[in-house]
Design a protein around this ligand. Structure first.
Ligand code: DC
Length: 221
């Protein structure tokens, strides 16, 4: 942070494989903002629970993993597996897990590391719960078929043998769990801009989002 200027906070929410991760990284680089992929926190909690042979539905195990989370856990090699993805959505449904991760996310937003002017946080509840006062909120989405195609391509490139239908089915199950849970479900904040990336390439999506951020967070007056 420079001087005592308030940190700029950009909140980006949306379902799995909507393009919000790539978009967030590109926007953070363009505006010199730090980036926190909050999904990786839930994935790390889930990966720790699975690696310990525990059940992600076990609230005591999941809360303990969340409370004991270390920055090294965010570098685990098993964060992107389909098993971790499903388990992350299960641990994310537990209020105590969410409470344990809230402070870290808010501190990151208020005082982003690395001498930058602020932060981009992406996830499911950034604009609604973690940073309701964010300067800019985007809700990034795409049709479920587009998202499943993207995720399938990603998995195949990594050597995974999952079929498109399996990926689509797993994605629908995760969407449902993330949207229907009682605590901080995935939903568009009232003041979020909707960005549907179904028909957009990454450059077009970045250009549209950047124009909104420029106007809302960096224009004087
Ligand atoms: O964005 P992702 O697919 O890496 O997220 C993994 C899971 O974590 C997702 O299914 C739901 C949960 N999550 C959440 O509940 N809240 C967030 N802010 C980010 C992710």
């Amino acid at each position: 942070m420079t001087g005592d200027r308030k940190a700029v906070v950009v909140a980006i929410d949306g379902p799995a494989a909507s393009g919000k991760g790539t978009l967030s990284r590109e926007l953070a680089a363009r505006f010199n903002l730090a980036h926190l992929d909050t999904g990786s926190l839930y994935r790390a909690v889930a990966a720790k629970v699975l690696a310990a042979g525990q059940d992600p539905k076990d609230p005591i195990a999941a809360e303990a993993a969340a409370r004991g989370l270390q920055s090294s856990d965010l570098q685990r090699s098993d964060l992107r597996t389909p098993e971790t993805a499903q388990a992350s959505s299960i641990v994310a449904g537990q209020a105590k897990v969410r409470a344990a991760l809230l402070d870290y996310q808010r501190r990151f937003a208020a005082r982003a590391p690395g001498g930058v002017v602020g932060a981009v946080l992406d996830g499911r509840d950034i604009g609604t719960v973690v940073c309701p006062d964010a300067d800019v909120k985007l809700f990034v989405t795409a049709s479920k078929e587009t998202r499943a195609l993207r995720r399938h391509k990603e998995l195949v490139e990594r050597g995974d043998k999952a079929t498109y239908d399996e990926v689509l089915e797993a994605m629908i199950a995760r969407d449902r769990r993330d949207s229907e849970r009682a605590t901080a479900p995935l939903e568009q904040a009232d003041d979020a801009h909707l960005l549907d990336t179904s028909e957009l390439g990454i450059e077009q999506a970045v250009a549209q989002a950047a124009a909104i951020i420029q106007r809302q967070a960096f224009s004087e007056g």
